[in-house]
Structures are given as structure tokens and as C-alpha cells.
Design a protein around this ligand. Sequence first.
Ligand code: CTP
Length: 431
Amino acid sequence: MRPTTAGHEFGEVIGALGEQPGGGELLRMGRAREDLALVGGAVRDLLLGRTPRELDVVVAADAAGFARELAADLAPGAAQAPSATLHERFGTAVVEWETGRVDIAERRAETYSAPGALPQVRPGTTEEDLRRRDFTVNAIAVPLGGPLLGEIISAEHALEDLRAGRLRVIHAHSFTDDPTRLLRLARYRARLGFECEELTAELARAALVSGALDTVSRARIGAEVRLALGETEAIAALSAIGELGVLRALEPRLRLREPLARRALALLPADGRPEELLMASLLLELSQSSVGDPDAAMFEFLDGLEFTAAERERITRSALAAPSLTREMELAERPSELHETLCAQTLEAIALAAAMDRGGPAGRASEAAREWFERLRHVRLQITGEDLLAAGIEPGPQLGRLLALTLARRLDGELPDGRRAELDAALQARV
Ligand code: CTP
């Protein structure tokens, strides 16, 4: 989607801001000070007629003090007291409440001592604060107070790029200074539907070829990957990251099979984990690799990106299981067999396996997955081990076996409803 005049006219940012959660409070606070300005993604989105995810503002100094003041100002209208998180070392703060979020930063200039290093910062002017940013469309500020209230202050090309739907870095070192911007570029392309300006595309390619991604920690890359996974159009974001060559640079055996990922996401039930499904789909090829130890390679990759131990376990398990699960799902003839095949599998592995069904969306494995997700996995016996003990069955492994046999009959429709029928069936199954 390209920006059109359907977005807010330039100069109308103040009006649009007033309609955002926290916007009225910011405008009121701006009246009492000259340094407060709206910047970054918030200005970009308001100019495009989009709803910003949060409001980004800058102040000349004391972001923490401003955050406390804002939180106090918001408190009377909020159901729960707004929280102010302060990062005094970085000169940033976040104020968050049920319906909104404001990111506050002190205006600054940044220098990078080495490619990929965290920047050294010092207080800066509004212009310097814009020049430190990633893309021109993010380098627009609108003062919320003082003589320039409501004016647009922007980096060179920013407004024309916003109108044209173009992503352009502010200077030639942008990607080498901060290679996580390669992933941000892809994310914005997918979310905003913007094109990449030619020189910017060349700079991105050159940074990748020169190994820029190796100069930043995998943890910082992981944070960007998670942001991509959290995008509304996450597959488009991953696809843009892949097109740029970032996936290959991170791990040569990562593959995004877009139609497969889309089919799997469409099948995944609401209590599934779409982010984990997408990571597992990226790892499918690696999981089946006959070179080295795929298990260890997947673990190392996910660990580097700082996925938690539980996430790593589920993602690798899904990637390893899905390919062989398709056939097993096709072969299961009775609901009880499907239960046996699927009861220990993740929802993500099952959705992926169904999406790999060569028979297509109406194929057998997809049908089996739907039946499992919608009905079979929710079937529970009304009796428990306690009931069997009360009926005189000896404690021991036999209890579990009898319950499993009864559940199988229940799933296969062989038992009428009710506890009595289940108990009778369990007792009959005794040897
Ligand atoms: N920024 C940057 N380089 C980065 C991260 C952030 O230059 N590696 C700058 C950008 O100017 C960005 C601003 O910091 O606009 C705020 O960052 P963030 O909140 O991550 O981005 P938004 O532009 O607000 O985008 P989103 O809509 O995704 O929140």
C-alpha cells in the first residue's frame, strides 16, 4: 500500500494526535514547554492515516521526569495506574497503560565507535536527533509546543519519500552502524508496502556481503526476528527478510516456503502459537538435513536468538515431527488411531504436517487435522482412576491402560454417553 492523499494532510498531525490515546495529554504538556516533539513512527503513521502502535516523543533532557509527569497526568482517566519504566542510562522511558503507550527519548546525537557497536550518545539538537535515525520516513518531527508548534521538521527527502512510499537510509553507514536495520527495512517494506530506494538496496546488499550481521549480537537480531514474527503480516515480513538475503546469512539452511506457511497458519487453532509455527516452518529443511547434527544446529540457532528453553523445545520438536506426521495422519483410519498419533504432538507440528499434505487443503491429513483440532482433542472421559479404584481395580499401571482403552472406544463412537457406560467398558476390558 502506498501513501496517498487519503492520509492526513501534512500539518494536520496535531489534530490526528489529539484522537490518539495519550495524545491530548501530550498536547497539553507541550503548551508548557518548548522542547517536546512527536517523532519517528508516530509521525510517519499519522501522516499516512494509519494508527501508530505507540506515540514516540523526544524532550531536550530528563526523559524520566517527563515520564513521571505524563504518568501522573494520565492517571485520573486510567482504570489502572499507568506504569513508567525508566532507562536513565539511555535517557529513555516508556509510559504504558491499558489503552496506550508513549516512548520518550532525550534528543540526542549518536556516534558509532565500531560497526555494530552500541552507539555513544550525547545531547543533540532536533536536526541531529533526526539524522541519527534509520530511514528518512522515520526522521520527521512535529514540535508539540513553542513557536514551531505543529510545524514539520524533517530530514532531507523525508516527505517526498513518505509520499512516494520509499525507504531510504539517511546516510551511507546506516546499515554498517546498526545492521539490525536490515531487518527493520524488510519489516517496514512488508508492513507499509514501501519500495526500497535503489542506493539503499545497494547499501543493504553490500552490508550483508561484508558480513555486517556478524558484528551484532544474535540477541539483538533475535529481538528483531520476534518483531517480524509479531507483525500482522508476519509471513510477508519474513519473506522480505529472506529476499534481502538475511535468512541465508543467519543460517544457510533456513527456508521460507510461503504457501506452506500460509496453509499451516490458516489451519492452526486459536490456542496455537503462530510465531512458533513460523519458526518451525523456517527450520523444516534444516531439521531433515543429513549433514551434521540438525538437532544441535536448530538448538544453537534458536538459543542464539534467545528463544526460551520451552520455545526452543517446542519449535525443534515441531520441525522434526511434521514431515513424517503427514503420512501417519493419512494412514490413521479410526479416531482412536489419530489420537494415538497426535496426542503428544504440538498443535504447530500438526498444522505444518497437514499443510504438507500433497492432497492439498482438502487432503486426508488436512481433514484429520481439522477433526483433531475441532473435536477429538477435546474429548475427555467422565470417569477417572479414582472411579476404577472405587470399583475394586487394583492400583498400578493397569489403571492407565483401562482408561486409555475406554477413551479409544469412546473416540470411536462405540460407547453411549455417560459414566455408567464408561465404567462398564473399563471393567469389561480387564484381563
Ligand atoms: N531507530 C533507528 N534504528 C534502530 C531502531 C530505531 O534509527 N535500530 C529509530 C527510528 O527512527 C524509529 C525510532 O527510533 O522511528 C523508534 O523506534 P521504534 O519504536 O522501533 O520504531 P517505530 O518507527 O516507532 O516503528 P513501529 O511502528 O514499528 O513501532
